[in-house]
Design a protein around this ligand. Structure first.
Ligand SMILES: *[C@@H]1O[C@H](CO)[C@@H](O)[C@H](O)[C@H]1NC(C)=O
Length: 181
């Protein structure tokens, strides 16, 4: 199978925040399984600002409160840069050992399930652990590759502390239209 670079929304949580960024998760050759169930979308709460993201599992207490989240352009465009701006409030310090579980759906197919070390990921937004409780502002520019296959992507990212306290649950839906040639 041709290896396809897939655009994934990676939740980068910074002390600050968890900013959702759109790094290229990488090439993978196999579709890791299908799931018609367990799709994100229930119990979601909108986030102030202009973005395709929402808070999921919103009825569960979470340590990170996203006060605003804006991406520009919205929706993101393949082959263009996207700027993410977030303001978030973290109610508790976050230490090494925190992790993020990311699920990426392409249409109804579960394309990816991966666990990331949160403290490694926040290096992407120039932050480091331990993250102190408080308010954070994050601005990050991300390049979106133009090899991303057109279609509908749903990304769910759930972050937890080492002790399994819920840091945040973020969900994003992005549609890359087929280019009109
Ligand atoms: C994206 O940003 C980088 C770095 O700022 C820049 O070199 C590049 O030209 C930009 N790409 C587009 C398509 O604007």
């Amino acid at each position: 199978m041709v290896s396809i670079k897939i655009l994934a929304l990676t939740a980068v949580i910074s002390t600050t925040t968890t900013a959702l960024s759109l790094p290229l998760v990488g090439a993978f050759d196999t579709i890791k399984g299908q799931s018609l169930f367990n799709l994100p979308g229930n119990d979601n709460k909108p986030i102030p600002g202009d973005s395709p993201m929402s808070v999921c599992d919103a009825s569960e207490p979470q340590l990170l409160e996203l006060k605003s989240l804006t991406i520009s352009p919205n929706p993101p465009l393949r082959g263009e840069n996207m700027t993410i701006s977030a303001v978030a409030y973290l109610s508790k310090d976050i230490a090494e050992g925190a992790y993020v579980e990311v699920d990426v759906f392409y249409g109804y197919i579960k394309l990816l399930h991966q666990t990331y070390d949160l403290c490694e990921q926040i290096g992407e937004v120039d932050m480091e652990c331990p993250l102190k409780a408080g308010e954070y502002t994050i601005i990050k520019q991300v390049a979106i590759p133009d090899q991303v296959p057109p279609g509908k992507y749903v990304v769910n990212a759930r972050a937890f502390t080492e002790e399994d306290d819920y840091i945040t649950c973020l969900s994003a839906t992005v549609v890359f239209p087929v280019a009109l040639l």
